[in-house]
Ligand binder design. Sequence first.
Ligand code: SF4
Length: 388
Amino acid sequence: MDIQDKLDILSRDAQYDLSCACGTKNPSEHRKRNSTGSGWLYPTTTASGGPGIMLKTLLGNRCSNDCKYCPLRENQDFRPIALGPKEMASFFYEFQSKRSLIGLFLSSAVLGTPDKTMELLVETAKILRNYYHYKGYIHLKVIPGASKASIDAALRYASALSLNIETPGVEHFSKLTDRKDYVQDILEPLRYIAYQTMKGSRYQRVHTSSQFIVGASDEVDKEILLYTSQMYKELHMGRLYFSAYQQGLGDSRIPGELIKYQNQQLGLFDDLPLPQEQQPVLTREHRLYQADWLLRQYGFKFDEFLFSDQGNLSLTDDPKLVWAKANPQFYPLSIKRSSKQELLRVPGLGPTYVNRIIKTRRETSISCLEDLRLPFSTLQRARPFLTM
Ligand code: SF4
């Protein structure tokens, strides 16, 4: 196998490890890879919110852990593939010099031990920085159970680090793995990363993120969002991601091959519609992303979200509309006098349109809602909540 064949398989195996991209418009949008011809390239969202393309892959795919939801877990019958740090670094450097990539997202299955795997990931980043003098973006996944020393080494070379929390709490976690310890292998390293990257620290430039897997255990949205809000506050996370558990992938025997097949079935590479049974968990994932935006960009607090009796967000309405319907006394809001924070509570209006409204009303006289020059569909959504 040459390096491109290996990358084809390793990057397919890496595709469910999001933590670097987000799509809130279409539930399955962020799973689509672009059509640039190379399977290991992924569209992603940059820190400033713009689009970019990243090379995303694993260093190796044969894992020594036992996560029940993961096709890479131990004792699976597939051919193990791995790339060495030199091989990976030289390929990436050559490739990025010819293409317009924003960086490298490098992860791995656990190859032996967490620290041995971290050593390989860090070595790749080190070669890129020191040998090739690459100054671009390098995102390294921290392996569960990584030591403080290996995290320190990663911090020296990475632009971003992520470690997946997977579930909101130890109880759900223990249903998915017998091998990993939630506190020692996940929470402790996350706390250490938070400490090393907090404001004023040596590595404050390093962006941090984590990811929940949605629907693999019996966790509910309320638990996920409680953890989400606490992780933003206490662990200073830059971003949190939510990945819908794809039924059947945990049973994969040939991960890259099977994922390719399933993607075709799911319409993620083709334009086929998603099958019905995948819709609820993808919609759940989409609602969690919307709630996450409300926490980060709209000034919402965790205790303002409304959940079903089971503890889940509505699948039919977005969380802001649910809040608006439950708080009719808050509306209608005056388009001329309401504050930015108030206008952000109007369904359909995001920061961009709210800023536009504030600029428009400062510079011109508004006599009707049409003077705001909002897109027709946005205005139709917002109209019931606004007044002159
Ligand atoms: S540690 Fe990661 S790669 Fe290994 S089985 Fe668990 S989820 Fe899969």
